[in-house]
Design a protein. Sequence first.
Length: 208
Amino acid sequence: MPEPSDRTVDVFIDLRSPYSYLAIQPARDLEKSSGIQLDWWPFITDFQSAYGGEIEERSPRDVAKLKYLYMDCRRLAKAQGLTIRATTKLWDATLASQAMLFAKTQHRLWEFCDPLLAAFWRREFDLESPEQLTTALVTAGLRADDWAAYQESRAASDLETALTRAEQLGVFGAPTFVWQGELFWGGDRLPLLKAALASSVQLDSNPA
């Protein structure tokens, strides 16, 4: 049987990515059913390069691509009972990603992320607001003064470390699942990850 470390999958999500949002629950379901451990990290995608710059700078082709993306996401969200509304700007995810790492260190990741992301995709949460992020952390059971201390001491370096690690692993978009150096990009690749994990268990159970 593999050691626990061999069953750890790194997951990189962008809090502004609808596809990241849609992949979270299926990934957590896979974690429960397969016995793997998911280690969640923030990722900040270069959306300006991917989708033609700021909204007013986009070409007709870029606009059409974005319209399809959100139509596709709404179809997928409906199947999960989620709401996804198109964003109205290119959000800066730096502070929210730091808050995600703080919640993770305090073992309150989903108490923080679940309500925040649900509100964000309903257009009810300002991802760049220090006040709203602090309130979300406190609502998740964390202390505002601990968050302030983390910002002063570790927030910037922890996020830099996470993003550097993603780059070293070859991550270029979100969501990405990394297991034993192999990348699975997109929630629709979860079945392939599941198959790879199952194959590993079979190989370890039947040594040559």
